[in-house]
Design a binder for this molecule. Structure first.
Ligand SMILES: Nc1nc2c(ncn2[C@@H]2O[C@H](COP(=O)(O)OP(=O)(O)OP(=O)(O)O)[C@@H](O)[C@H]2O)c(=O)[nH]1
Ligand SMILES: [Mg+2]
Length: 301
């Protein structure tokens, strides 16, 4: 504290010490600077304060930019990200696939924030996120870099290369969605299909107007996730309708831990009904390897 500091400064300093957020800290620092005594002896102190305020402001702006648009998006087990140039029909695809109701318009740059929907396929919930167009300021590279599956919506074949150039995520699986196929006659459609096939893309020709290709797209999305579905149930009860989604090769122990941290220690054994069981209701231990569509009934110690 500088010499001759008054009551107001003391109060501000207390607020600074108790600040819980960067914003509260900034407000307190600004108040401290306002109420600090201005004499020669406090010059260095005031200089330090100004520098602190400047740095804090920069860090607040940076973290705001980083979090922009990401509010509340928790990555689900199965998540696909829709990307593409403006007006290619990304939001229309989201609407055709899920329960979401995004804004769709004939002008460009309609979507300004990520839109989230859920595709329910064979009992599995797949999270689908429609992003603002690639050229938009709010296009979120973070989400794209983290994605396991990218749905690339195009209107013309040449768009693919320019989009892939921008995407740094080489690991993600990709499905090319050639949209607005209703605008072409059968012969042109065939040609488009052949070209995409020669380029060895995993692709589907769609129209959100006629629903052509939408069913095929749903199936392709589902198949892209290398997963198994395990239905769990308590003895004597009906199994859960929503399966637990696991990686192929997962064990009963991993399933138990996924249900609840530490739960595997309580499990004595499980009875399995389904593909991984040698017979209906086979008793298995924690090391048992599960298969898609197994039903696991847990017995605890
Ligand atoms: N003919 C035809 N038009 C379509 C199809 N899908 C979308 N559209 C139209 O294309 C325009 C753009 O659709 P959106 O779904 O808003 O496109 P978007 O890619 O989300 O656009 P931005 O968010 O602005 O980047 C709208 O006028 C849609 O009606 C389709 O399959 N066929
Ligand atoms: Mg859109």
């Amino acid at each position: 504290m500088p010499i001759n500091a008054g009551f107001k400064f003391g109060k501000a300093e207390q607020k600074y010490r108790e600040a819980k957020t960067d914003e509260e800290e900034l407000a307190a620092l600004e108040e401290m600077l306002r109420t600090a005594p201005s004499h020669k002896g406090s010059e260095k102190f005031r200089g330090d304060m100004r520098l602190k305020i400047k740095k804090l402001k920069e860090s607040i702006t940076k973290s705001k930019k980083r979090n922009k648009g990401k509010k509340g998006i928790k990555k689900e087990d199965m998540q696909a990200i829709i990307i593409g140039l403006t007006n290619s029909g990304k939001s229309s695809i989201l609407k055709s696939l899920t329960n979401a109701n995004p804004k769709i318009a004939s002008y460009g740059f309609t979507t300004t924030e990520p839109e989230i929907g859920t595709l329910n396929y064979e009992g599995c919930n797949i999270q689908i996120i429609d992003l603002p167009p690639i050229a938009s300021e709010s296009f979120d590279h973070g989400i794209v870099n983290n994605a396991d599956l990218l749905l690339i919506v195009i209107e013309k074949i040449h768009e693919i290369d320019s989009i892939l150039d921008i995407i740094k995520n080489k690991m993600a699986k990709k499905i090319i969605i050639f949209n607005k196929i209703d605008l072409y006659d059968e012969q042109t459609k065939r040609k488009i299909g052949e070209t995409l096939k020669t380029k060895k893309y995993n692709f589907v020709l769609t129209s959100t107007l006629t629903d052509e290709g939408i069913k095929e797209l749903k199936e392709k999305i589902f198949k892209s996730f290398c997963i198994i579905r395990i239905y769990t149930r308590q003895p004597g009860k009906k199994e859960d309708n929503v399966p637990m989604v696991m990686k192929p090769g997962s064990t009963l122990e991993q399933l138990a831990e996924k249900i609840l941290n530490g739960y595997s220690k309580k499990v004595k054994y499980a009875k399995i009904f389904g593909p991984s069981a040698k017979f209906l209701g086979q008793k298995v231990g924690l090391k048992h390897v599960l298969k898609d569509k197994d039903i696991a009934e847990f017995y605890t110690k």
